[in-house]
Design a protein around this ligand. Structure first.
Ligand code: SF4
Ligand code: SF4
Length: 73
């Protein structure tokens, strides 16, 4: 399955990725990172198409990494 890796401490909690995901795979986690921001959570693995919209819309370059099925360890 495809996967989106979230680096919790890089996320600024803007929720842009949540709003752009066409499959509803991302949600705010309800937890704060070490910077005090509520970070995002990837939870709907079976629906993710690895389209990359979340990565492309995220203002933080290293917060999200989209791993297509063959790249998931
Ligand atoms: S890669 Fe596409 S489908 Fe998967 S979480 Fe990101 S926006 Fe959603
Ligand atoms: S778009 Fe980036 S910074 Fe904003 S909530 Fe999503 S992962 Fe965090």
């Amino acid at each position: 399955m495809n996967h989106v890796r979230v680096r919790d401490d890089e996320c600024k909690g803007c929720a842009v990725c949540v709003s752009v995901c066409p499959k509803g795979c991302l949600a705010m986690s309800g937890k704060l990172n070490t910077m005090g921001y509520e970070y995002v959570h990837f939870f709907h693995e079976e629906a993710c198409t690895a389209c990359g919209l979340c990565f492309l819309s995220c203002p933080e370059p290293s917060a999200l990494t989209v791993l297509a099925e063959q790249e998931v360890e």
